[in-house]
Each structure stands twice: as structure tokens, then as C-alpha cells.
Design a protein around this ligand. Structure first.
Ligand code: PAZ
Ligand code: MN
Length: 900
């Protein structure tokens, strides 16, 4: 029998070798960073970067940067030491620097993005980790901090090596009762002093930060259903924050650092646990909570029906099953404590306390005219029934006018607040679009819980996973619950739905807390018509049948994907082992999400597809489709000149149609679609391409071609102005880019429109990346003068890049063809979070073309833009075709929407 595997922290930042190929000579540029760092403009306190210099070898990847003038009180760790749990928030600065390749430098110059821009400086990026330990196991927590050297800035800290020895004055911020109690232990074991922060200040600061910075932080929980609420951060204040610890505090929050404790009650979590312990002999809070799940409170409570002979008291709106008096039934029965079931007692207590808190909270919200009530504190701990009970009370007393809301990071509010109290992080400036939450294996997968030492390398992580997954199925499986006997009817305080079969054990009901990646270079796409109402996902995975369908699709694709990934690395034993670990990890995520679709926040298909890519990267698969992409590029480039000749022989109407047909036909090369992969066994790339073109009959299933053609070509007596700049969101490698999108780009260039090819920052399936595109364009340019001149003008050809590097941006008459990265590593695109270079390129654009199923159908099919938008895709999945366009697999979409 395997030993019980420990649950480690995830922090294998070193594993992120996405930029393996990065040219080391470019690191030399780092030498000039000290200048740009000093000139960064910023209103907020920052790291003191003056005099920063690279330590040691310039050729090395991610060299250590010394910050000689940085005072030592920058810490990367804050704690909330409570009675039962220690919550720890820590920051790791290590960032996967996107490679600063030639294309990037050239585009930065062209779009006016300089290194002096504070957002382009990598040191500001990093990750926030949330982990917790049992307070009883303080030593594990201290070992963790010590192994990771978090108290001296972290192993990955730029200045770590210069400060290996703990400074006498090192201070870490902490809150909670244990901050006082254990201060000496911290001094003794780690040599650090604890700076105690006020708990309420921290609580409010943590809540404010999360509600402003995390898009789906808040959710409602009614009748077992979790629903995320998007809070407009400009319309957050005032709100009521109810913290249910041992006692209950109610704070009216008016702004950052502005709050007042307006009420509270001494009947709180301590009351539940204290009375519960005395009445049931439970040994822990969680045990007591667990008991309540099997209870029936009507054996203990006096119901309205008990008083009115089983009838409702309808005149005042109370049904027979409404609790008239908690524990009231016990007065009329001459029974002893031992005659009552502990389960029933626990449930009665839980309902009594939750309802009472919900009621007082609502009355206070009413008293101060507050629209929103957020609940937090250790009493809640993601427990579905507790949340339902509180929600019921708020709903009942407000007659449906008010809603209780809960927070995903509820357990970490104080620790986060303590972290934010360091003045020099400047994190409070970060906006929702600069934060990306990820769920790698390890602590983020198990709600931040850590037992045992952190993992030091990928090998350890794989071993842990091999053990954990055996155990993990037990941990993540839902706990089957028999419906409680004698459920009550409709009326006031009924039995919330989560009491029934959907309830899970406490550990699996807990919301997962991922690692927050702080990416200051992300922006909201400026051409979104309305960023506030924008929803990237087309299909709602809250629909159970959709979730099950896509779960099956992704699960069935997994063996093939593992095979491609392992093959991409020469089928070495190491690659095979990583492939196995990847498959286990991704299946574990899928299983978890099937059980609890909201476990990682609001879930859409785009998230699942991106998670798959992230999971590959987590196990160091840099580019699983690399050789397939190369092979298809070469085959397509070989026939490009024939295609261009054929196109050039047509008149402009026929040519535009042939070009759009070409894009749609070539979109068939999609290694993510099962049906397409089956097709590839039946012919060569060119044969399949020809077959696909032949089938391109109009009308397509969605066909706005005539409107697009009119905008492009006008009519006999009216010639329209060409678009100024078009952003082409390209999709797959091979025929898709070479025979589809490049010829379309060429047409736009020929008509005087600047073209920006927008491609992925990181690989995803067989999608072409921004790193790969310049070479493909250079090859294509050998067959075509228009492309060559435009690529030169856009700084894409090697010679032209050299010129740009020299500072002499060429003054050629041609309209430029450029390449920008989109900031994503997924087959889909979420326009709320794109690269700053794309956002800059979008400023002058008046046409966007979205290509492919991921970017134009799974996401953005219903998105509106401020400029003209053309969405082109072949639907390579039968179910999606039926659902979205009432058609069949291989049908095509050409959706044109003029600017709004
Ligand atoms: C992952 C994809 C969105 C990529 O499609 P693309 O954007 O390349 O057109 C697509 O392959 C997909 O939805 N695949 C799963 C469906 C299936 O296998 O039928
Ligand atoms: Mn694709």
C-alpha cells in the first residue's frame, strides 16, 4: 500500500522553459536595463532599481539581478496565523520572460512601445501563491518558508544570492492571533521579526483587492447553485463585509482603508463549534460540520406546524415547516441529550446560527442602504450548506431584494491584506486584465493545502503525482449522500437544496485557489465594443450536457495528444514519463471540473482548451506539434506560387471570393479536431486542401460574403476607401496560414491596407506562433513581390530588421506587413487579456479578421467590435455545427459585422 502522499506546493517556476530557444546574446541587453528601470515613470512606490546590474554571466538565462539600493524590508511573504490554520501568501518574482526576439524589437519600435514603458519591464511580473498549513503543524510551515527562503525574498529573488544570510532587521507582516503568540518562534527559527498588522484592516484590504482585481471573485450560492457575479470595480463601494470568525463583525466598507465596524454578533463560528462540541462530543469543527450533513433538524427544532397542528400559519406567510424556535422541540419532550442524534443537533445549530447571522446582516445592510453583502471568515470555509443557509436568510428577510455573496479567496483575505500592507509592492495598482489565475498540480489543485516539504524539481513533482493520483481519486470523488429523511415543504427557512445528494465532503467542496500570475503587459483589447458585457465563450458549460460532451471530446483526444507530445521530444524515456504525468494531471483537472464546474471560477470551453496547453507546458512540452507544423508549412509553401498565379488571373470579384473560399477551405488543417485528424490519414496535405476547396459552395451556413465584398470592392459607380489597417488573427500552420491567410493579407496590402498578422505568443495545438511567422512570411515573400515589399516595410525580413535595429526605420513607399503576438497560448482568444503590442497595433485598425474555430466560434462568435469585423471558420465538429449554425460538420461561417 502506498504511503499517504503529501501535498506539495507548486512552484516549479524553473520548469517554464517556454523560451528554451532564447538567444543568450539578447540577454546582454539586460545590461542596459538599469537605465530604463530608473526612468520608469510610476506614481506608486516600486522596488528601488537604481544601480541594478546583472550579477555574473550575461550569457546565462534569467541572470540574477542585484538591486544594491533595495532596502531589505521588501518581503515576499505574509501570514495570517489563526487558531486552526496558518494562511500564507507569497510572491515569486520569477517570470517566464517572453523571448525578446528580433520581431519583437522591430514591432516595438514601429508601434512606439519602448523599453522605458514600465509595463514592459519583466521584474514587475510575478506570481502570487496561496498556501495553508494547520496551526498545530507550525513547524511544517516554518520548514516551508525556510526551504523556499521566502523570508529573505525567495530563492528566485533577484537579490537572493546577495542576502543569503538573514538580516537582523528582516521583517515579515503577519496578522491573526498567532502573530502575537508565535512571534518568538519565528525569531528563533527564521531570525525574522513579525510586524503585526491589524486583522480588520487586513481583512478589508484583502477583500477590496480581490473584488477589484479578480474578475469572478464573488459568487452567490442558492439551492446548491454557485453563480459568479462580475463586480464593476468602479461601482464596488459601499458594501457590507460580514466576517464570521468565532464572533461576527459587520463592516461598512466605503473605500480603500475606509471602513467602519457598524455591527456584529457574539453568536458566530465559536458558538457553533463551542456548543456543538459540548452537545455532540465532536473533536473538530470539520467533524461537526460533517455531522450536520446527515442531520434532520426537525427532530430538535420546533416548527410552525408543531404549534399549529401541522398547518401553515399562512396569514403571516409561514409554512408548517418553518423553524419557529431552534431547539424548541426539546422542551416538550422529556428526553435526555443522549436521546438526540448528534447529526440533528449539529444541523439545528448550524441553521440557527447561519440564519441569525444572515438576518442581522440584512438588517444592517438595510440600515445603511447597502446593495451588497459579502460574507467571509473561517465559519464558511466553502461549505455549501452554510452558504445556502445564509443566502436563504438574506433572501427571506429581504423578500428577494438582497443577495448574499461569497468570495473564492475567502480563507485568504487577511493574509492577502497583510501582504498588501508592505508599501513597496505596488500591487494595488494591478487591474483585473493583468492577472491570470492558473491551476498547476500541487497545492493549487488541492485548495492550497500543504503537508510536507515543497517540491524541488519536475522529477519530484511527477513522482508526487504518480502517488497522489492514486490517493487523489479518493480525495476528489464526491461523497454520496442519502437524502435526509423527512424533508420539509416550501415556505420560509426551508431545507436548502445543498442538503441533498449534491453535497460533497468539505475537502472537495472547497474552492480551489490557483496561482495568480501578475502580467503587467496584458491589456484589454481597445476595439471591443463593450468590454463590460463582453463574454468570450460562446458555449455555456454551465449546461451539464455541454460539459459532459466536451469533457468526453477532450478525454478521448488525450492519448493522441500525449503521443504527439512524446514524439515531439524523440520518444525518450523522460518524455514518456512526462507524457504520462501530463495525461494524469489533465484528466485530474477534467474530473474535478466535472464534479464541481465552478471549482476554478467561471468555466468556459476556452478555459479547458487553455488549461490543456498550460498543463503540457507544466510538464515541459514546449511545442507538441512542432514537426507537424514544419512539414505542413513546407508542403504548402511549395504550391504557393501556383496559387498566387491562379488568383492573379482572376478579376477582383472572383479573386476576393476565391480568397475567402481559400481561407475557409484551408482551415480544415486542425490537429485539435478528431474528425480532421481522421481525414489526414486519407491523403496528402495538398490533396486534402484541393478536396476541401472543391466543396466550398456558397451559400455557406453563415454567409455575409456579399456585404463584405461590397465594403471591400464597392459597386460599379462607387469605390470605397480601403481600410487603413487590418488585424488578421491567424490560426493554424501549414495550408491555413500559407494558402489561406497570407494570400488574403496580400490582397489587402495590394489595396493599400496595412496588415498586422496577429498570432499566438505560445504554441497551442498546430497554431502558428508569432515567433514562427516571420520565417514563413520570408519564405512566402520569395514567391511574391507584394509580400516582399510589405514585409520589408514592416521590418519582417531579416535585412529590414537589421535596419530597424540600427534605428533607421525604412522609409519605403509600400504599406507594411507586420506580425504581433496576441499574448495567448491557447487555441481561443479572450479579448479582455491581450498583449500590449496587440493593443497598440489595434489603435489604428479599422478591420479585424478572426479566423478559425477557436477564435471565431468557440470564442467571440457573439462578440462585437468598434471596427468592421469578419469571422471566418470551418466548423469541424458535428455537434457545434448543429448547435451554432444549424448545419453539419465542415460547413463554413463567413460572418461580417460592420463597425458599430
Ligand atoms: C481546438 C479547436 C478549437 C481548434 O480549432 P481551430 O481554431 O484551429 O479551427 C478545435 O480543434 C476543436 O474544437 N476541437 C475539438 C472538437 C473535436 O475534436 O471535434
Ligand atoms: Mn488552431
Amino acid at each position: 500500500m502506498e504511503e499517504n502522499p503529501t501535498i506539495p506546493d507548486e512552484d516549479n517556476n524553473d520548469n517554464n522553459n517556454n523560451n528554451k530557444e532564447k538567444e543568450s546574446k539578447e540577454e546582454k541587453e539586460m545590461g542596459s536595463l538599469s537605465n530604463s528601470m530608473m526612468h520608469r515613470s510610476s506614481s506608486r512606490p516600486q522596488l528601488d532599481l537604481t544601480g541594478a546590474a546583472i550579477q555574473g554571466n550575461f550569457e546565462e538565462r534569467n541572470p540574477t539581478i542585484l538591486l544594491p539600493n533595495q532596502s531589505d524590508d521588501i518581503s515576499h511573504l505574509a501570514l495570517d496565523i489563526g487558531g486552526s490554520l496558518i494562511k500564507l501568501v507569497y510572491f515569486s518574482r520569477h517570470e517566464d520572460h517572453p523571448a525578446d526576439d528580433k520581431r519583437k524589437r522591430s514591432i516595438k519600435k514601429r508601434l512606439g512601445l519602448s523599453n522605458g514603458n514600465r509595463r514592459s519591464y519583466p521584474i514587475l511580473g510575478g506570481r502570487l501563491h496561496f498556501v495553508k498549513f494547520e496551526t498545530l503543524k507550525l513547524n511544517e510551515c516554518l520548514d516551508f518558508i525556510s526551504t523556499k527562503q521566502l523570508h529573505v525574498g525567495g530563492i528566485d529573488s533577484p537579490s537572493y544570492s546577495s542576502r543569503l544570510l538573514t538580516d537582523e532587521n528582516t521583517i515579515i507582516k503577519a496578522t491573526g492571533g498567532g502573530a502575537h503568540k508565535f512571534a518568538d518562534v519565528f525569531k528563533e527559527r527564521l531570525g525574522v521579526s513579525i510586524d503585526k498588522e491589524d486583522e480588520m484592516d487586513c481583512l478589508v484590504a484583502g477583500a477590496n483587492f480581490l473584488l477589484k482585481a479578480i474578475r469572478h471573485e464573488a459568487f452567490t450560492h442558492m439551492e446548491g447553485q454557485k453563480e459568479f457575479v462580475q463586480i464593476d470595480h468602479n461601482d464596488l463601494f459601499p458594501y457590507l463585509l460580514v466576517n464570521i470568525g468565532s464572533g461576527v463583525s459587520m463592516m461598512k466598507v466605503d473605500g480603500d482603508g475606509k471602513f467602519e465596524r457598524v455591527s456584529g454578533t457574539n453568536v458566530g463560528g465559536g458558538t457553533y463549534w463551542g456548543l456543538g462540541r459540548l452537545l455532540t462530543n465532536c473533536k473538530s469543527f470539520d467533524e461537526l460540520l460533517e455531522l450536520s450533513q446527515r442531520g434532520d433538524n426537525k427532530n430538535v427544532d420546533m416548527l410552525v406546524g408543531d404549534i399549529y397542528g401541522g398547518l401553515d400559519y399562512s396569514k403571516i406567510g409561514l409554512s408548517a415547516s418553518t423553524i419557529a424556535s431552534s431547539f424548541g422541540r426539546t422542551i416538550s419532550e422529556s428526553k435526555e441529550l443522549s436521546d438526540y442524534r448528534p447529526e440533528d443537533i449539529s444541523l439545528s445549530l448550524l441553521r440557527m446560527i447561519s440564519y441569525n447571522i444572515g438576518q442581522i446582516s440584512y438588517l444592517n445592510a438595510l440600515r445603511y442602504g447597502l446593495k451588497r453583502i459579502f460574507f467571509g471568515g473561517f465559519f464558511i470555509r466553502g461549505h455549501a450548506y452554510t452558504m445556502d443557509s445564509i443566502s436563504f436568510a438574506v433572501h427571506f428577510w429581504s423578500k428577494g431584494q438582497a443577495q448574499a455573496m461569497f468570495l473564492r479567496h475567502e480563507g485568504f483575505l487577511c493574509a492577502l491584506g497583510a501582504f498588501l500592507s508592505y508599501e513597496k509592492h505596488g500591487l494595488d495598482d494591478l487591474m483585473a486584465h493583468q492577472l491570470v489565475e492558473r491551476f498547476p498540480m500541487g497545492a493549487p489543485y488541492v485548495d492550497g493545502k500543504i503537508h510536507g516539504p515543497p517540491l524541488v524539481d519536475l522529477n519530484e513533482k511527477i513522482s508526487w503525482m504518480e502517488k497522489f493520483m492514486q490517493k487523489g481519486t479518493e480525495i476528489t470523488a464526491p461523497v454520496p449522500m442519502a437524502p435526509p429523511p423527512g424533508t420539509t415543504g416550501v415556505g420560509g427557512f426551508e431545507r436548502p437544496f445543498s442538503m441533498g445528494g449534491t453535497l460533497r465532503s468539505d475537502s472537495s467542496a472547497a474552492l480551489n485557489i490557483g496561482v495568480l500570475h501578475l502580467v503587467p503587459t496584458l491589456d484589454v483589447f481597445p476595439l471591443l465594443a463593450d468590454p463590460k458585457t463582453y463574454e468570450p465563450n460562446t458555449i455555456d458549460l454551465a449546461d451539464r450536457s455541454e460539459l459532459e460532451y466536451w469533457f468526453t471530446v477532450l478525454s478521448e483526444h488525450l492519448p493522441d495528444l500525449v503521443d504527439k507530445a512524446v514524439a515531439s521530444e524523440g520518444r525518450t524515456d523522460d518524455a514518456k514519463r512526462r507524457g504520462g504525468a501530463f495525461a494524469r494531471a489533465f484528466s485530474a483537472h477534467l474530473r474535478r471540473l466535472m464534479e464541481e464546474p465552478a471549482a476554478y471560477g467561471k468555466l468556459g470551453l476556452a478555459n479547458l482548451l487553455e488549461m490543456r496547453e498550460e498543463c503540457l507546458r507544466e510538464f515541459q512540452f514546449v511545442d507538441a506539434y512542432f514537426s507537424i507544423k514544419q512539414r505542413e508549412n513546407e508542403a504548402s509553401l511549395a504550391v504557393l506560387s501556383d496559387l498566387l498565379m491562379e488568383l492573379d488571373s482572376m478579376n477582383e470579384d472572383a479573386r476576393l471570393l476565391a480568397l475567402i473560399e481559400g481561407v475557409l477551405a484551408a482551415n480544415i488543417f486542425d490537429w485539435g479536431s478528431r474528425a480532421c485528424v481522421d481525414l489526414y490519414h486519407k491523403g496528402t496535405i495538398i490533396e486534402i486542401y484541393r478536396m476541401s476547396r472543391k466543396k466550398m459552395h456558397r451559400p455557406w451556413q453563415v454567409d455575409d460574403f456579399d456585404a463584405f465584398s461590397k465594403r471591400m470592392l464597392g459597386s460599379a459607380n462607387e469605390k470605397p476607401q480601403p481600410h487603413k489597417r487590418a488585424l488578421l488573427f491567424v490560426d493554424n500552420s501549414g495550408a491555413d496560414i500559407v494558402l489561406g491567410m497570407l494570400p488574403l493579407a496580400r490582397e489587402l496590402l495590394r489595396r493599400g491596407t496595412e496588415v498586422v498578422l496577429v498570432a499566438n505568443s505560445l504554441p497551442a495545438l498546430n497554431d502558428v506562433t508569432a515567433m514562427e511567422l516571420p520565417e514563413i512570411v520570408a519564405e512566402a515573400a520569395k514567391h511574391c513581390d507584394i509580400l516582399r515589399k510589405a514585409a520589408e516595410a514592416g521590418g519582417l525580413l531579416v535585412d529590414a530588421m537589421v535596419n530597424i535595429q540600427d534605428g533607421s526605420v525604412e522609409n519605403t513607399a509600400s504599406v507594411p506587413l507586420m506580425v504581433v503576438e496576441n499574448g495567448c497560448g491557447s487555441p481561443c482568444i479572450d479579448f479582455r487579456q491581450v498583449s500590449s503590442e496587440l493593443a497598440a497595433a489595434a489603435k489604428d485598425a479599422d478591420l479585424i479578421i478572426l479566423e478559425g474555430m477557436g477564435r471565431a466560434l468557440h470564442t467571440n462568435f457573439n462578440a462585437h467590435f468598434k471596427c468592421d469585423a469578419l469571422k471566418l471558420a470551418m466548423v469541424k465538429n458535428q455537434r457545434l455545427a448543429e448547435k451554432l449554425v444549424k448545419g453539419n460538420i465542415y460547413d463554413c461561417v463567413c460572418r461580417y459585422e460592420p463597425s458599430r
